[in-house]
Design a protein around this ligand. Structure first.
Ligand code: GLU
Length: 488
């Protein structure tokens, strides 16, 4: 039987969940689904200073909101826990010792100042910096002396030794699931640190031990990790552990082709949600960053994408994060929301209004009237002010451009006079307004101009939802009161 597919997402909680991480999580999740495998969440919180519980919670909440539920993780547990790196610190020293004993690692007593000097010398000579390896062959006496001075060693990986043992050459090659054959001259890596002088493992070391012990079969992550992959392969080999398959995803760039950052718009999943994006739209959108459905149909819920997804079809190049396209998708997903769901989802964006002014029926009607042009859920805030309160705020342009005209004033006087006798139901209002427009048309006023006057007086704007619907929700009293106020 083929080995079980086990993939993971391993975010560092130094910020809220980034859309790029959401995409990596999605591709891992889809790969697991496709292969009846397991999707694992591991929190890489070894950088205590940049880690916070708030970010950890945000990662959990965002992944859940996107529907990317994990089979094993810090909260749900699993056979290879703990799934939080800071709780695994007692696991790593044994493997460091194994590397020391087998000569694939050595103690390095260099001080930060000494290392700085080496770096400065390399810079001055215009050479790429690699560690001088001067601690590789220290004798036991020399080490004892340095220890007596109070120096605590870091542990470095011995690249030359690993090259000799496993490759016979400094060129290391691997077959990437996304990018095909990749290679690097590992002489350029330098003997990197696997355990800091304070005893903490470095990312490259902890990740190997965790991936091995969690039996990760495929590591799918951003291409910014490619240079780490060479280091990690060498560690796997030196420890005699099976090397997983690797797949590196292209970067996500902003429309101006620079690194996607806050100045382009939201980057954290939770910020997109706050701005009124639906997680269904967001997940559909990020799936298309590097992958395309075989039928060309872009609007696709995750379950559909899962059926179609093949890792070998992921593009190896970078993707552009088109905010406009995401908005377009979002408006689609808003249109598809069932009425009751939409009504609930809009409420957080309506807190500035007193919703108790409307009955549930009126609220439903208001949402029906205004949902069509919504791109973001938050668009509702500016779409509905005139449904609330007795009075309405009239913008300057509407006041001078429409309400102050003689025609508008005459139309409104007539409207107030006639409408007070109208029955205030949708059907009747339709008919009455039809007749009303007809009368003014005969006097030479275009129907739309007649309606502008009424709309301007009642909503304070010249554009908006269907007028009959608005009148009906506001009721006769408020509607006529606003119309009267607009008459000079
Ligand atoms: N904690 C690393 C990151 O957030 C994980 C990288 C990996 O997937 O190995 O970039």
């Amino acid at each position: 039987m083929a080995e079980e597919v086990r993939v993971r997402i391993a975010p560092s909680p130094s910020g809220n969940l980034h859309v790029g991480t959401a995409r990596t999580a999605l591709f891992n999740y889809l790969f697991a689904k496709k292969n009846n495998g397991k999707f694992i969440l591991r929190i890489e919180d070894t950088d205590a200073e940049r880690t916070s519980q708030e970010y950890i919670d945000n990662i959990f909440d965002s992944l859940k909101a996107l529907g990317l539920n994990w089979d094993e993780g810090p909260d749900v547990g699993g056979p290879y826990g703990p799934y939080t790196q800071s709780e695994r610190f007692d696991i790593y020293p044994k493997y460091v010792q194994q590397l020391l004993d087998s000569g694939f690692a050595y103690e390095c007593f260099c001080t930060p100042e000494e290392l700085e000097q080496e770096k400065a010398a390399a810079t001055a000579a215009k050479k790429p910096y690699v560690y001088s390896r001067k601690c590789e062959n220290l004798t036991e006496e020399e080490k004892a002396k340095l220890r007596a001075e109070g120096r605590k060693p870091a542990i470095r990986f011995n690249i030359a030794k690993a090259q000799k043992a496993f490759h016979d050459t400094s060129i290391l090659e691997f077959e990437d699931l996304v990018k095909g054959k990749l290679h690097m001259d590992t002489d350029l890596l330098g003997d990197f640190v696997i355990q800091k002088s304070n005893g903490a493992p470095t990312y490259n070391f902890a990740v190997v031990i965790d991936d091995a012990l969690m039996k990760i079969s495929h590591v799918i992550r951003g291409e910014d990790h490619i240079s780490n992959t060479y280091k990690q392969i060498l560690i796997f080999e030196a420890l005699g552990l099976p090397v997983p398959r690797f797949g590196h995803l292209g970067m996500i760039l902003a429309p101006d082709r620079s690194k996607l950052s806050k100045r382009h718009g939201a980057t954290a999943v939770s910020d997109f949600v706050k701005q009124g994006y639906l997680t269904e739209a967001l997940i559909n959108f990020v799936a298309l960053l590097g992958w395309a459905p075989s039928d060309g149909e872009e609007i696709k819920p995750v379950e559909e994408i899962a059926k179609d997804f093949r890792i070998g079809e992921i593009s190896s190049s970078n993707s552009i994060f088109e905010y406009d396209k995401l908005k377009w998708m979002n408006s689609h997903y808003i249109k598809m929301l069932p009425m009751e769901t939409l009504k609930e989802m809009l409420k957080p964006y309506l807190t500035q209004y007193d919703l108790s002014e409307l009955t549930d029926e009126q609220y439903t009607k208001m949402v029906e009237l205004t949902r069509e042009p919504l791109t973001l859920l938050s668009d509702i805030t500016d779409a509905v002010p005139y449904f609330f309160g007795k009075d309405v705020t009239i913008d300057d342009e509407t006041q001078t451009g429409t309400l102050d005209t003689e025609t508008a004033q005459d139309v409104l006087k007539d409207f107030v006079e006639k409408a007070k006798d109208w029955e205030w139901s949708e059907e009747v209002l339709h008919q009455e307004l039809e007749v009303f427009r007809g009368v003014w048309k005969e006097k030479g006023v275009k129907p739309k101009v007649t309606m502008w006057a009424i709309r301007a007086a009642i909503t304070g704007r010249t554009r908006g939802a269907d007028m009959v619907g608005i009148l009906e929700i506001l009721g006769k009293e408020t509607s006529l009161c606003r119309a009267k106020k607009a008459i000079k």
